[in-house]
Design a binder for this molecule. Sequence first.
Ligand code: GH3
Ligand code: MG
Length: 414
Amino acid sequence: MFFCLNDNVKIRYLFEIAFEVLFLRWRMRNINKENFNDIYIRAVEKEYAKIDGKWLQLHYRTSIVLVIFSFLVELVMGVFLINSDMLGTTVYKFFIKFLIIPSGINFIFIVLNMLIIKSKRLSQTFKIYLVSLIFTCIDFILFTVHGAFVATYYIASIAIMLTIIYANYYVTGITALASIISMVVSELFIKWDVDKISIFQSTHRLSEFLITLITLITFSIACMVVIQFKRKKNSAILQKEVERQELQQSVHIDEMTGIYNRKAFRDKLKYVEDTASDVKHILAIVDIDKFKNVNDTWGHHIGDRCLIEFAKILKEYDTNIIPFRYGGDEFCLLFQDISLEAAETICREIQSKVNELVFDDYPELKLAASFGLAAISDKVDTVKLFIHADHALYEAKKLRNSVRVFRLDETIEH
Ligand code: GH3
Ligand code: MG
């Protein structure tokens, strides 16, 4: 018992409790209710979705930049061609055909893209598909308008490349397929630019087209391989992180009872102190009465069973309290944001449940426990909180099977 120690040991003991800190994020309350891995994986997936959302914005903006950039290039080219007398058509026709119509259509795509991005009804995944495909449509307009130059087909690679970040085979696959089909359709069926030579008229054009097609297909396959490795890397990182977190968690769990251990208790106290707020904290220290007798009479394995059953009762209250096994037959219960009276009522409830415990094979075996409670609200001083609760327990132990509360006026209430 704490009060049996001499003052120096007590101070050292309390300092140890207060200052031994491990930098572990506190996730106590949820662990008992949900599988830790699921919580963690879901949190990581949420983080991934956030990054995808940011990339989607950039993806959409890139399509705007591409449209504006191609408009400006076309404008500069037009001015250059007019001044160099190399224009094969009238200025009016040139601007309509190469500037107004393609930029107009692409402008419509941009507006569509904007509506998709702003939509609250569409899911993020669906938006990703649509934005990727609209990018392909913009590319299609650009390389179709400039069909005279086979090299413009390479614009399609931008649409494919921008999807890699999503690490989604379907998004990249569909975008690549749409790009390649649109390229073939544009080459075979559309002749926007009169200077375009058909692949059926020129073997040079045919070979250039085939080289471009093969390059784009190879590029698409390469993108899929990149995605495969990116996904492998992500899942390996996730797996390792889950293992690390599991290990950290196990360090904080009492193996036998499955509730938090003394180390977790120290960390929690430190956390409470570091994040001091107006929240009222109540600590109850509980010690099973005459537990040595249980061990001596029924054996240690029955003693262990008693501790497990006791912890089970504490777990029933995990919405109100965080239970810790402090050591041996001593437990700590941390209450947050409830009144001292409510905490006392809960302790009495636990006490009567402990008294009512029945061990089938040992009907004579009865358990009792003593509770010492203390509260602290203004400045959270966990050392003081522990001393007060231990003092109340010391008083409770005089009677045994009782609950005592330490009040700020230093009197013990019965
Ligand atoms: P008191 O009413 O004053 O608390 O009497 P007590 O006999 O319970 O005394 P105390 O709390 O000091 O003793 C705790 C005993 O708990 C000592 C030890 O034999 C026993 N104990 C500690 N850890 C374990 C454990 O993991 N399993 C079992 N079975 N017994 C344990
Ligand atoms: Mg005891």
